[in-house]
Ligand binder design. Structure first.
Ligand SMILES: *[C@@H]1O[C@H](CO)[C@@H](O)[C@H](O)[C@H]1NC(C)=O
Ligand SMILES: *[C@@H]1O[C@H](CO)[C@@H](O)[C@H](O)[C@H]1NC(C)=O
Length: 609
């Protein structure tokens, strides 16, 4: 295939690159050369890709055209590979935090988190739309205004209504009414006896169908994976939630195998956006984000391997939080990829994000002495306004590589933060963003294909959705050279980011480059290939996964069509508490303007506060 040989980029040593605002480093726009394809064309494309000889040649041309060859495969990279982004424990100096013993039980840690919450009075005075919080549920249960059982029944009828025409929201892949009612009855009995386990007792939580949770199979959005890999116990984070009394309400829909960003699943339906049911919800944790958005549950778990929690959170206008890699236990999460994916939290409010984070953090599987564990700080949200100056790093060309609505909305939010809290923005250059996206793509694709490898030999390809089949073809083409070069790029990026974090505390970006775009019915059975929108969705997500940095997406406003816009904060390793403080500051400034989604269920059935 010598005729296709392309030149690789020659990278300068990372240490020589100028990261100041005035740097001459070019910003490479995503050079996506692939039109949107759906329906019959997708099938034809699969047929071609799966042909002998011709298929691999077409994949080769695709990768060449989309710069994977130039920027990754054939590149000359001076750094050695860095295979995993693991972060040493550093002295972080976070402010307005409570340092918690990581060996406390989940209910004890939840209690610590509750002590960090501000009085709920502040939000009760609101005039605008408000989502019920964990605290609201627990208060209503304690006062006997309602019970977990009543809420569970309301949930089941809302879910049934939303699953059939005209809505067909496709929030969930599986839920078991008997199991839900049993948990809710037990919880109701605890309240009757006055012995709830924690503030989470009786609170509904949904789980992405990529995380093990009994009694459900873990499908990963497929029709076959659960038959080959049975779910035998709860994932570690699910176990912790259960031990706090949470009612686990089933498994949410997702992009098949997490191999896409639209949330269009050919087997279980496209998850619709509650703000406009004719638009996508984003993926891959589509069902978790949309369920929280629609009020079905205050919180849900997702998994984030390439922005999969933050992107749908942004598109659905809820909080999406991905802690530092290693902060949450990965056991019981499908290892669709090893070095980039981990669980994350979707929630309607920052307070609820904090409670769930406190409940599930800590990797109990690693029996490290406490001195080797990172500090486990919880932000005291009551005193967010006392935080000392925070410096945001902003790379203007990257920040601006988003739609006009997103750009102006996110800029406006930064100005508000500066005005109300005095937090300043410093301009920097973060080089090789597109290079990092492609290196991450090679990494996640290689890992996904390797994990599925032995299974794929034994299953009928007809059981796999069309768009996932295309992804798998591309993933299968990556070589050891591609993979190793990608890891060398990971090393460079780690150096760049470390340097940026010497100049600022937090990197700020829009969460996505586009807001929710229209769902087109030709994609329902085949999925769609829309690499232009996919690249724009994922543009700001990569460092969270490739470098394992903590990041949070917060609602910052709406576009001209009323679809939510997310603003993202990426922190230093282990700086979750600071990120949650900033997210809370954002929420405080903007909560008055939050809008109610078109599809919304009131699980407490009380008049708006
Ligand atoms: C990678 O794995 C994570 C979790 O393990 C998942 O959320 C994500 O969708 C996966 N992505 C791919 C492309 O396999
Ligand atoms: C980004 O866009 C804003 C206007 O939205 C403009 O003022 C600014 O100069 C742009 N920055 C860069 C680096 O292009």
């Amino acid at each position: 295939m010598g005729v296709f040989q392309s030149e690789g980029k020659v990278y300068q040593p990372a240490a020589e690159i100028d990261l100041s605002a005035g740097s001459h480093e070019p910003y490479t726009h995503a050079n996506v050369k692939a039109p949107r394809v759906a329906g019959l064309l997708v099938k034809i494309f699969v047929w071609i890709l799966e042909l002998w000889i011709v298929g691999p040649a077409v994949v080769y041309i695709l990768l060449k055209d989309n710069l994977v060859h130039k920027l990754v495969s054939f590149a000359e990279v001076p750094e050695s590979p860095m295979f995993r982004a693991s972060h040493s424990v550093e002295d972080l100096q976070e402010h307005e935090v409570t340092c918690v013993d990581p060996y406390l039980t989940p209910p004890e840690r939840v209690k610590e988190a509750v002590n960090c919450l501000p009085e709920s009075l502040e939000t009760a005075l609101l005039t605008g739309f408000k989502r019920w919080t964990i605290q609201d549920f627990s208060t209503a249960y304690n006062l006997g205004e309602t019970s977990p059982l009543k809420v569970a029944k309301r949930f089941l009828s809302a879910l049934e209504e939303s699953s059939v025409p005209p809505l067909k929201m496709a929030f969930f892949i599986s839920y078991d009414a008997d199991d839900i009612l049993r948990q809710a009855t037990e919880s109701s009995q605890r309240y009757e006896k006055g012995t709830p386990i924690s503030i989470l007792d009786g609170v509904l939580v949904a789980i992405k169908d990529e995380i093990d949770c009994l009694p459900y199979p873990t499908t990963g959005g497929t029709k076959w994976l659960h038959k080959r890999r049975p779910c035998t116990e709860d994932a570690a984070c699910v176990k912790k939630l259960r031990s706090c009394g949470a009612v686990l309400v089933g498994k949410t829909n997702m992009h098949e195998l997490g191999a896409g960003t639209s949330g269009i699943n050919p087997h279980y339906g496209p998850t619709r956006n509650p703000y406009n049911i004719n638009k996508v919800s984003g993926g891959s944790s589509s069902g978790s984000a949309a369920s929280v958005c629609a009020g079905l549950c205050p919180v849900a778990l997702g998994v984030d391997g390439g922005g999969s929690v933050r992107m749908p959170a942004a598109l659905c206008g809820v909080i999406g939080f991905k802690p530092t890699s290693g902060r949450l236990p990965n056991s019981g999460v499908l290892p669709l990829n090893w070095t980039v994916g981990m669980p994350g939290i979707l929630a309607g409010t920052v307070e609820d994000t904090l409670i769930i984070y406190a409940a599930i953090a800590g990797d109990t599987a690693t029996c490290q002495p406490k001195s080797l564990l990172p500090e486990f700080n919880l932000p005291r949200l009551k005193s967010t306004r006392l935080l000392p100056n925070i410096k945001f790093a902003k790379y203007g060309k990257w920040f601006n590589d988003s739609s006009a609505d997103i750009r102006s909305c996110c800029d406006g939010a930064l100005q508000m933060l500066s005005k109300h809290y005095g937090w300043k923005t410093v301009d920097v250059t973060l080089p090789e963003i597109e290079e990092m996206r492609l290196a991450h793509y090679v990494t996640i694709g290689s890992e996904c294909y390797t994990f599925l490898g032995t299974h794929l030999e034994k299953i009928n390809y007809g059981e796999i959705g069309w768009d996932a089949r295309i992804a798998l073809r591309i993933y299968s083409s990556f070589s050891s050279r591609d993979y190793l070069n990608a890891q060398r790029i990971r090393n460079r990026q780690m150096q760049f980011h470390k340097e940026i974090f010497r100049r600022a505390d937090v990197i700020v970006t829009p969460t996505t480059g586009v807001t929710a775009y229209p769902l087109q019915s030709d994609s329902f059975n085949t999925g769609e290939l829309d690499y232009i929108n996919a690249a724009a969705l994922i543009r700001f997500s990569i460092s969270g996964n490739f470098l394992g940095l903590p990041a949070v997406s917060v609602l910052a406003g709406y576009d001209t069509e009323g679809m939510p816009i997310g603003l993202q904060f990426i922190g230093r390793p282990w700086s979750e508490a600071t990120l949650l403080h900033i997210a809370f500051a954002m929420q405080t400034l903007f909560i008055q303007s939050y809008r109610k989604p078109e599809v919304f269920y009131d699980m407490l059935k009380m008049e708006k506060a």
